[in-house]
Design a protein around this ligand. Sequence first.
Ligand code: AMP
Length: 422
Amino acid sequence: MSFGFLGLCDELLEAVAEQGYITPSPIQIEAIPVVLSQRDVMAVAHTGTGKTAGFTLPMVQLLSGGPSPQAQCVRALVIAPTRELAAQVADSVQNYSRHMNIRSAAVFGGVRIEPQISQLQDGLDVLVATPGRLIDLYKQQAINFDQLEILVLDEADRMLDLGFIDDIRRIQILLPIKRQTLMFSATFSKEIKSLAKGMLNNPVLIEVAAENSIVDTIKQKIHPVDKERKSEVLIHLIKKNNWHQVLVFSRTKHGADNLVSQLKNAGISAESIHANRTQHARTHALDDFKNGNIVVLVATDIASRGIDVNQLPCVVNFDLPYIPEDYVHRIGRTGRIGTVGLAVSLFSEDESKQLQSIERIIGRKFQCDIIPGFAPSERVSVDSSDDEEYGNFEPDPKPRRRGQSQGRGSRGGKSSNRNRNN
Ligand code: AMP
C-alpha cells in the first residue's frame, strides 16, 4: 500500500515523500479515507503509530478547498493535553501543508499570550491548543468559532487523566453543532466512550492495536537491583553498551534532577524535563536530546507523553510506574514504526506490586536478568537469570539528527505531578 491510494492530493503526497515516509501506517490507512469522507472518527491509537499524520493530512486537504478564515476565526481546532504535544502537532501541520496555502499556529500556556492574540487576528486555518490557554483566549475575545469546520481531540484519555474534562465541555458548547469531530485516545475506557458519545456524531470506530499491546519491535529487559544502586547500574549500562541516546523515566521531579547530577558527575551528558522546569528549559533539553548534544534525557511521566524522537533506540525505566498503563506508554517511545527498540527497567524489591500490575496488563511474566556485579542483596520474588546480554539488539552507534519534522512532544501521567498550568 502506498500513500497514493489514500486519496491525498499531490501537494500532500509531495510533503509526505519529503518526510521520507514510504508506506502509510495502519492508522493512516484506516483513518485518512474516512476523515476525507467527512465522517466523525473515534480512533484508538497511541503515540508512535503515526496517528498525527493520520488526522492532519486529510484535515488540511479538506480545509484547502474552503474559504479563507476571517478575522479571529479558526477553521480547524486541535485540542491537545500538553504544551509539547500541541507544539509537535502544529509542527506536523506546518510540515505537511508546506506546499499549500494553510495558515496554522499553536497556542499553550507558560508563554506570553499577546503574541498568540496577534497570530489569531487575521484568522487561522488550523489552531492547535491546550485547553486552558484556549479558554483564556476566548475570554479575552481573541478567538471566534463561527467558521469552525473540524474539531480534533488528541490524546483524549490523557486529557481526562489531567482533569481537563470540564474545560473540554466548556469549549464544546462554544463550537458550532454542525462540524466534523475526530477523537484520538490510547485507550477506549468507559469514560472515553461517554465523552465520545457526547461529542461525536455517528462516528466510525478505528482501532489499530489491541489496548495495552506492545509492539513486538521492542525488546524488554528487567534488571533486579538494589534501590540505592540504580544510578550506578544505569551509568554502567550506558558506558558498557555505549548507548548514545537514552530516554530515562523517573517517578519524581526531584529524582530526575538528582539522577542528572549523578550522570553528569560520571561524565555522561544529561538534562531533565519535568513540570518544574520552564517551557524554554524543557524545549531546549528536548532539542539537545534530539540533536545528539546530550546522551540522556530524564523525564517524569507528565513531561514525557508524546516525546517523539525518530527511532529512539533505548528507553529506561529508572523507577517502575505506579500506573501500569504508563509502562506501555513509556516504552512506546522506542520501537517506532519500522525500527527496533530496547526498553530496560530497573526493578527494586519495593516495586514488586508495580511489576505484577504491569505483568497483568501486558499479559505475560517477565524474566528478570541479574547484572553481574549488581545482584540485589534482597531476594527478588520473581523468576531471574544471570543474563545481561542484549541479544541482537544494537543501538545506533550515533544519534540520528532530525530534520525539520515533529518533535516537541510530551505526555502527562497520573503517577506524577499534574500540570494544570497550560
Ligand atoms: P505519531 O504517532 O503521530 O506521534 O508519529 C510517530 C512517528 O512516526 C513520528 O516521528 C512520525 O514522523 C513518524 N511517521 C508517521 N507516519 C509515518 C510513516 N508513514 N512512515 C514512517 N514514519 C512515520
